[in-house]
Design a protein around this ligand. Structure first.
Ligand SMILES: *[C@@H]1O[C@H](CO)[C@@H](O)[C@H](O)[C@H]1NC(C)=O
Ligand SMILES: *[C@@H]1O[C@H](CO)[C@@H](O)[C@H](O)[C@H]1NC(C)=O
Length: 267
């Protein structure tokens, strides 16, 4: 009985060793044409062998021996596979021996994928969002930086723009497995998003703090029949004394609240 209890931890220990060696297989992804380093995970270079289905590369006492078709063995025993192509898709198996004893056997499954293009950022001030523009033949993960800071909660291709966006730069990072590509940091320039979008003819206004009305004619001049009335959002209310006092607050009617901050100026 007592003996059985002693054997249980030993059994669990053996089970653990078995699963640990099962786990010594690693998927490795590389873009076609790039190099990839397959790590020697033990600090021993006495006797190293790297094999795939056809070839073998060896290192003895820290020195590569013979011709290595697979790539090159680095001083720490890692294997660099250079200029990968479709044919590099293969299992690369590391055997690391010390004093004739196998320290580790590790299999790297190499997957050569199409190069991932560099993404670029498209923003849409009307829709109040930015998109990470990229086309790829596999599902990508998206990440964003706002003014250089990681936005960990944003994991979608579309980024909703903050409502006040003066001085905003966005960067998007796409990844597939361990391959990552980053866009240029892109300045986002919109009219302040809290303000209604004005027709193109009115874009270059002199005074951005009063964006909603024009003074096209003087008050003393009566409107002639040929003059068309400007659309309501461009019209100024008649300047009564009250309104001149409350100008800042009642410039245009609710429901749209005025932003509290000074409207930023854009050049
Ligand atoms: C921007 O968004 C608006 C509204 O969602 C849409 O109608 C417009 O086509 C978009 N513009 C571009 C260039 O995608
Ligand atoms: C997306 O990026 C490609 C180049 O990577 C570019 O040709 C294309 O115009 C971009 N799409 C949009 C909507 O700007």
């Amino acid at each position: 009985m007592a003996l059985n209890i002693l054997y249980v931890p030993l059994f669990l220990c053996l089970l653990h060793i078995a699963t640990a060696s099962d786990a010594e297989t690693e998927d490795k992804y590389v873009e076609k044409g790039q190099s990839v380093v397959l790590k020697n995970t033990k600090e021993n270079t006495e006797d190293i062998q790297w094999k795939n289905a056809e070839h073998i590369c060896k290192m003895k006492n820290g020195k590569p021996t013979g011709n290595c078709v697979l790539g090159s063995i680095e001083s720490d025993g890692s294997l660099t596979v250079k200029n990968t192509k479709e044919g590099s898709n293969n299992d690369y198996v590391l055997h690391n021996y010390k004093d004739g004893k196998l320290l580790i056997k590790k299999t790297y499954k190499l997957h050569v994928v199409d190069p991932i293009p560099k993404p670029n950022i498209q923003f849409n001030c009307t829709a109040k969002n930015a998109a990470c523009n990229i086309t790829y033949n596999k599902d990508l993960q998206f990440k964003w930086k706002l003014n250089g800071n990681d936005q960990a909660h944003m994991k979608s291709k579309i980024y909703p723009l903050p409502s006040v966006i003066s001085q905003v730069t966005l960067t998007c990072i796409v990844s597939f497995k361990d391959i990552q590509k980053e866009s240029d940091s892109t300045d986002i320039k919109c009219e302040s998003l809290d303000l209604p979008v004005l027709p193109p003819t009115n874009r270059k206004r002199e005074n951005p703090s009063k964006p909603h009305c024009n003074h096209p004619r003087s008050q003393t001049q009566p409107r002639t029949q040929t003059q068309t009335r400007p659309p309501p959002h461009q019209r100024c209310p008649p300047p009564t004394a009250d309104q001149r006092i409350n100008d800042e607050a009642e410039d245009h009617p609710p429901p749209r609240p005025r932003p509290r901050q000074k409207a930023p100026s854009y050049n």
